[in-house]
Ligand binder design. Structure first.
Ligand code: GDP
Ligand code: MN
Length: 380
């Protein structure tokens, strides 16, 4: 789960990472109130969960209340890469001597935490990685060892941060590491991390992605629940307890087991189509689960056909067939269903389905046949 910048900064504050004083505003009038409180000059910042806000006109300096009105009015409602700005963060503006980059994330192949630090911050780090990779100093951290101040200082030196930033940066990085680990982040990124002319180091931006697998340890994360960015299909699926991920194609997919669901996506692609979703109904392919799955897929207007791909191992496919028949009686589908049922009790399943087959409920013998049929129907 991604946090907005202001939430990321509040999260940082809990771990002692310095940020600028500020507040959120949903209207122009609120923006002025927050600016008065933060002290001029201020920065008016669009709160959207996408980077590059500065370039898109979503970050503006304001010297007085009139300028706050002007910029807040322009930024509220602005569309930044498909995200409409509904909220602003107003903070006291900092003078910038240097812009650095700092982040922690997981290096999965190496099973270690990865810290990245650069004296070339402010710009997109992907760009630095291409044009000047040596400017990014990396540190791999074994989670059992953690990051101590000495290692952090050496890291700061390798990254060529300015000498006057050294001590504060090292302390801040250790705190950012704690935020990342104890705060259960997948990503904790500061870009830019600044050095001010007064010699202070602090975070001017915050990009925090929380690891949702750790939600059970963080009842306080509830306040971050944010429906505005959630895929409505995924929200509906979540409410029904389904393992669903929305995609952009036109073939709805129902399969049992994550592996088979992924293979089904591949086979649909191989057949020249595109999947509308990933949906693993697991082992419990009864009528309730099947009806819920069909309902979610049916609610997606992009879906033109539905491919049900079930391989019965422990699950008996005749039970699945009963589930499908019952579910189709409950849900009025706008797309035809193509089924491939195989595995335990497949013969019984086919016998059960024989009377129900039509041009709306089609059975195919193999996964590839079923995918081809579903793709053809989606394109018809
Ligand atoms: P992003 O474009 O979405 O990454 O938004 P940032 O929060 O990183 O802001 C973009 C840029 O605006 C920064 O790299 C700074 O150059 C500039 N900026 C942000 N806050 C301040 C500030 O307090 N003072 C000054 N002078 N510039 C700022
Ligand atoms: Mn930034």
């Amino acid at each position: 789960m991604d946090l907005y910048e202001y939430q990321g900064k509040q999260y940082f504050a809990r771990f002692g990472i310095p940020t600028s004083p500020g507040g959120v505003a949903d209207t122009v009038d609120e923006a002025v109130v927050q600016a008065d409180a933060a002290g001029y000059p201020v920065v008016v910042k669009a709160q959207v969960k996408v980077g590059g806000r500065g370039k898109a006109g979503g970050v503006k300096l304001a010297a007085d209340a009139d300028e706050v009105r002007l910029h807040a009015g322009n930024i509220l409602g602005l569309d930044i890469k498909g995200h409409v700005v509904k909220r602003l963060w107003i903070e006291h503006a900092s003078d910038i001597e240097k812009e650095y980059y700092a982040s922690f994330t997981l290096d999965r192949p190496n099973k270690l935490h990865l810290g990245m630090l650069s004296a070339e911050g402010g710009v997109e780090i992907e760009e630095v990685a291409v044009t000047n990779p040596d400017a990014i100093a990396m540190v791999h951290i074994n989670p059992l060892d953690g990051l101590d101040e000495g290692t952090a200082r050496d890291w700061v030196d390798r990254a060529n941060l300015d000498p006057e930033a050294r001590e504060q940066a090292a302390t801040l990085l250790v705190r950012l590491y704690h935020c990342y680990v104890e705060g259960d982040c997948d990503l904790a990124e500061i870009n830019p991390l600044i050095l001010t002319p007064e010699g202070k180091v602090h975070a001017l931006d915050a990009k925090v992605t929380l690891d949702e697998n750790a939600t059970f340890r963080h009842p306080e994360w509830e306040e971050y629940a944010d429906d505005s960015d959630i895929d409505v299909r995924e929200k509906m699926a979540k409410e029904k307890g389904l393992n669903y991920i929305g995609l952009s194609g036109s073939v709805g997919i129902i399969a049992n087991g994550a592996g088979l669901a992924m293979s089904t996506l591949d086979v649909v692609t191989q057949a020249g189509g595109a999947a509308a979703n990933f949906l693993d109904i697991g082992g419990g392919a009864n009528a309730d689960v099947m009806a819920a799955a069909l309902e979610v897929i049916n609610a997606d207007p992009a879906v033109r056909s539905i491919l049900v791909n079930i391989f019965g191992g422990i699950t008996r496919v005749d039970e699945v067939a009963k589930g499908i028949i019952e579910a189709m009686g409950r849900v009025k589908l706008s797309s035809p269903v193509v089924m491939r049922l195989d595995g335990t009790n497949a013969t019984e399943a086919r016998a059960l389905l024989a009377d129900h087959l039509s041009d709306r409920l089609i059975a195919e013998p193999t996964m590839l046949d079923a995918a081809r049929r579903a793709v053809a129907l989606a394109e018809a």
